[in-house]
Design a protein around this ligand. Structure first.
Ligand SMILES: [Zn+2]
Ligand SMILES: [Zn+2]
Length: 123
């Protein structure tokens, strides 16, 4: 993690000094533990976090659309074959979304571990 404090310009490579004078005072790590420290108060400005939130929104919107299609299909009395297709599509999308969530969670966990190891190494 190579970075300089936005407030006092201390570098992360200063290790202990950075942690004591900057971390959580001047700068904080984002919620997703992306490899960026942000000026305190700007935690929500992380681009990676934003991208992640946008992806999640897209997934949920797609699922919602397919759910509505299923409801519509029931109302319209679609054939069993057609309904099966709609349900299968929905199940497939839901599985893909779960995989995405799991992968995202694992990556976040890895970054979090990396961050705490960096912290521990500086103490
Ligand atoms: Zn600082
Ligand atoms: Zn982030």
């Amino acid at each position: 993690m190579a970075h300089s404090c936005a407030v006092c310009d201390t570098k992360t490579s200063a290790g202990k000094k950075f942690i004591q004078s900057c971390l959580n005072t001047h700068e904080v790590v984002c919620l997703g533990f992306h490899n960026t420290l942000l000026r305190k108060g700007c935690e929500d400005k992380c681009h990676s976090c934003k991208n992640q939130a946008e992806s999640e929104e897209r997934w949920q919107k797609s699922l919602e659309i397919q759910k509505k299609e299923i409801e519509w299909g029931k109302k319209e009395n679609l054939s069993k074959k057609q309904m099966k297709e709609l349900n299968d599509n929905f199940d497939k999308l839901e599985r893909e979304y779960e995989d995405w969530l799991k992968a995202t969670y694992e990556k976040t966990w890895e970054r979090q571990t990396g961050y705490y190891m960096w912290l521990a190494g500086c103490k």
